[in-house]
Design a protein around this ligand. Structure first.
Ligand code: ADP
Ligand code: MG
Length: 391
């Protein structure tokens, strides 16, 4: 079989990633069970567990140094998990802890692209096929198919050397080289990091389309929260060598589990207060800015204990609707283009940020000026109850 090129009208029918993937459809393409990796006594990855379904676009998201690449490299086989702790890495149900990278059925795209500078684009892409002993005629067809797939014209670019390509074109070559061997799982480590914003957005859409059309499982490493939200079926947010939360983009953004997740994905207001009463799960919370109502959710809500709550700026309104209202003073209005961010000072000296749609400041400027007194309003159900970050 071959990868269906973009121009093929038959591409609408769902193609299979590979025969291997089709015959051995395990429940999970990738499964980590309490996997640990330490370097010289320091944990790069601490006993993490997660599973990725076949065909999923799964992102590992987190700040630099949190262990994303180490996790990806353990999937690839470039790193082995510590034997201590007994963690397991499985691919398509098969234990692979000790398999070498070439013994695993994977493709990988690195941020640095890692192209051979002295080989033509076509030879770079053919490399994995040559290693596997694929015949010459077959190689030519498959290289052309892979170049079509990443929208690189074979006639124009096939005989060029990588130094004569733009960053975006090199990125496409690296992607074609990984896809040409038709791996059931594709690993990508910050592959768009070196591209400018416009090209990055374009490539995000193309990668997502490839994932959907080819049915290949994508494991995507990024530190860019917007990128992860845009592309992923599910996201694992990593913090300090651990997984803080796994969920769909909406779950991660709308129900962050910890302050770290709420802060890392988007912006948030944090309100920590004392539970003064609990009537059937509706909490009266005492806060320096004033009293407000919050929902207990699933956590315990004993009167007299503290609750940690987060509130997205776009869920707050100035003199708007909601079952909560607190007095506040306008500190300043920040122009962001699509949105305006209004910073408010509350009683007790706290700050809240309200995001509001920009209706056009030249034609319909907002009426708020620094120093004005307003009411900040919101609905109790729009608050997110948080657990504490692990120590
Ligand atoms: P990320 O990709 O999230 O930026 P990494 O997985 O590359 O993070 O690194 C996680 C931690 O492990 C970092 O503190 C890093 O310095 C350390 N680390 C990664 N690779 C090695 C290595 N080969 N030797 C020693 N320390 C390493
Ligand atoms: Mg990294």
């Amino acid at each position: 079989m071959s990868i269906t090129p973009l121009s093929d009208p038959g591409a609408a029918s769902p193609p299979q990633a590979s025969e291997a993937a089709a015959s051995a459809r395990a429940d999970y393409a990738v499964e980590f069970t309490r996997v640990r990796k330490t370097y010289g006594g320091r944990a790069a990855v601490r006993d993490i567990s997660f599973s990725i379904r076949p065909g999923e676009f799964f992102s590992l998201l987190g700040p630099s140094g949190c262990g994303k690449s180490t996790t990806l490299r353990m999937i690839a086989g470039f790193e082995q998990p510590d034997t201590e702790g007994g963690g397991e890495v499985r691919l398509n149900g098969k234990l692979v802890n000790h398999l070498r990278p070439y013994e695993r059925d994977l493709g990988m795209v690195f941020q640095s692209y890692a192209l051979f500078p002295h080989l033509t684009v076509a030879r770079n892409i053919a490399f994995g096929l040559e290693q596997r002993g694929v015949g010459k005629a077959d190689i030519a067809t498959r290289v052309r198919g892979a170049m079509d797939l990443v929208q690189l014209d074979a006639k124009t670019f096939g005989e060029r050397l990588p130094p004569a390509l733009s960053g975006g074109q090199r990125q496409r070559v690296a992607l074609a080289r990984a896809l040409v061997v038709e791996p059931p799982i594709l690993l990508l480590d910050e592959p768009l990091g070196a591209l400018d914003l416009k090209l990055r957005k374009e490539m995000q859409q193309e990668l997502k389309d490839l994932n959907t059309r080819l049915g290949i499982t994508f494991v995507y490493v990024t530190h860019d929260q917007e990128e992860a939200l845009t592309m992923s079926d599910r996201i694992a947010v990593m913090a300090d060598a651990r997984i803080a939360q796994v969920g769909t983009p909406a779950e991660i953004y709308e129900r962050p589990r910890t302050p770290f997740v709420a802060r890392f994905i988007g912006e948030s207001n944090f309100l920590e207060g004392l539970i003064e009463s609990n009537e059937g799960g509706r909490l009266s919370v005492c806060h320096p800015a004033g009293m407000f109502t919050a929902l207990a959710g699933t956590g315990s809500a004993t009167v007299g204990t503290r609750v940690h709550l987060a509130l997205r700026p776009e869920r707050l309104h100035i003199d708007g609707e909601g079952d909560n209202a607190l007095p506040a003073r306008i500190a300043h209005v920040i122009y962001r283009g699509e949105m305006l961010h209004v910073r408010l000072t509350t009683a007790g000296g706290g700050e809240l940020t309200v995001a509001t749609r920009n209706e056009g400041q030249l034609r319909r400027p907002v009426a708020w000026n620094p120093g004005d007194t307003v009411r900040v309003t919101w609905f109790a159900e729009d608050m997110q109850r948080l657990e504490e970050d692990p120590a």
